[in-house]
Ligand binder design. Structure first.
Ligand SMILES: *[C@@H]1O[C@H](CO)[C@@H](O)[C@H](O)[C@H]1NC(C)=O
Ligand SMILES: *[C@@H]1O[C@H](CO)[C@@H](O)[C@H](O)[C@H]1NC(C)=O
Ligand SMILES: *[C@@H]1O[C@H](CO)[C@@H](O)[C@H](O)[C@H]1NC(C)=O
Length: 339
């Protein structure tokens, strides 16, 4: 796919970023993309590469937040070649910078001296605690021999993901609970594609950069108000509780996401997204006033995490391209929420 980057066409660059982001967000209940046919022929490999025609060319590449080993073989040679030939690689965040990680961690914490137990309604706190005890208990059985072979142990992994949960802000606990499922646990221990690309860029001694600051990614999530957060956490817990009781199958899995990505099924991913803007916990049994809250949360995230962010990122991309006309850039953007 080719983009002529003229000024008036710049919105196309925004749209590309937007479309990549809308459908590749990892969080299962925020943006559920529709299910395109789950089979694809070998000839329809992933094609999430856009060329910005100039001399030398620059590229957008849509990444995904899943273990790179699950998708690497399906990424076509032209994408890998574009990566190798680019001078400068830009990511959303600089994931190899220790500052990024520590800033993300502290941004997710409650104010000093506060604890989830003080903040959450009693019932929610109790259910959260019980659910995390269940996860901790199950985790050894969720892990694969391969993970154990790499020295990855359940206790260690649980602590790495959830160790400090009582100090986290409710919205981050909610995202954390979402990522503590059997399928997600099984995929831990291998770098996700965006991180792998960052490590490769470092190994190949490419210049790297990031178009976003940690705060820009983190603060919008902290901006949901209390009743909205409690609603989201409650729904997430209800879903996990049904899952535990065996009465619910999560309709959306990382496996689907990987399949869509590997098939490069961009059309069905993009052009149907209007029909699936609501989180998947919106179901027929949700009373009307709760449906309103769910919709408000969805609108808020869409506005803050997708539209505003795309505009910001698009502008920075444009500035970079204009400032360094003789450099070849590789912009690797994709999955949004760091967990
Ligand atoms: C949270 O925001 C929603 C929508 O903007 C509003 O209806 C609700 O009253 C707010 N709740 C609190 C506790 O501020
Ligand atoms: C959680 O959601 C259920 C079902 O929608 C509702 O009945 C219950 O009151 C909620 N609990 C809290 C603490 O908001
Ligand atoms: C639908 O909502 C109800 C009440 O909030 C909840 O118990 C149930 O698990 C939800 N179903 C799904 C598929 O999320």
């Amino acid at each position: 796919m080719t983009i002529q980057l003229k000024r008036k066409q710049l919105h196309l660059a925004y749209s590309v970023i937007l479309l990549i982001r809308l459908c590749l967000l990892p969080s299962p209940w925020l943006y559920q993309c529709p299910h395109p046919p789950t089979f694809c022929s070998q000839s329809e490999l992933n094609s999430f590469l856009w060329t910005i025609k100039r001399d030398p060319p620059s590229y957008f590449f849509g990444t995904i937040h899943v273990p790179y080993t699950r998708v690497w073989d399906f990424i076509p040679e032209n994408s890998k070649k574009a990566f190798q030939q680019s001078h400068i690689v830009y990511f959303e965040l600089d994931l190899t910078d220790p500052y990024t990680i520590s800033a993300l961690t502290s941004c997710q914490l409650l104010p000093q001296g506060e604890n989830l137990q003080d903040v959450l309604p009693r019932d929610i706190y109790r259910r959260l605690k019980r659910h995390l005890e269940y996860v901790k208990l199950m985790m050894p059985s969720w892990m694969t021999p391969d993970q154990r072979g790499k020295g990855l142990y359940a206790d260690y992994l649980f602590n790495a993901i959830a160790g400090n949960w009582e100090r986290k802000r409710p919205v981050w606990v909610m995202l954390m609970v979402n990522s503590l499922t059997e399928v997600d646990i099984k995929s831990r221990g291998v770098p996700v594609l965006d991180l792998y690309l960052a490590q490769e860029a470092e190994r190949l001694r490419k210049q790297t950069g990031a178009v976003e600051k940690v705060e820009e990614q983190c603060h919008p999530l902290n901006g949901l108000n209390f009743s909205q957060v409690i609603f989201a956490l409650n729904q997430t817990l209800l879903q996990q509780e049904s899952l535990r009781a065996g009465s619910l199958q999560i309709p959306y899995t990382t496996e689907d996401l990987i399949k869509h990505y590997n098939c490069g099924d961009l059309n069905s991913i993009i052009f149907n997204h209007d029909t699936s803007q609501v989180p998947n916990f919106i179901n027929a049994t949700l009373p009307p006033h709760e449906r309103v809250t769910a919709q408000e949360i969805d609108d808020y995230f869409r506005q803050e995490l997708i539209y505003k962010r795309n505009e910001r990122m698009g502008k920075r991309v444009k500035d970079l391209l204009e400032e360094y006309p003789d450099k070849s850039f590789f912009f690797a953007f994709g999955a949004g929420i760091q967990r």
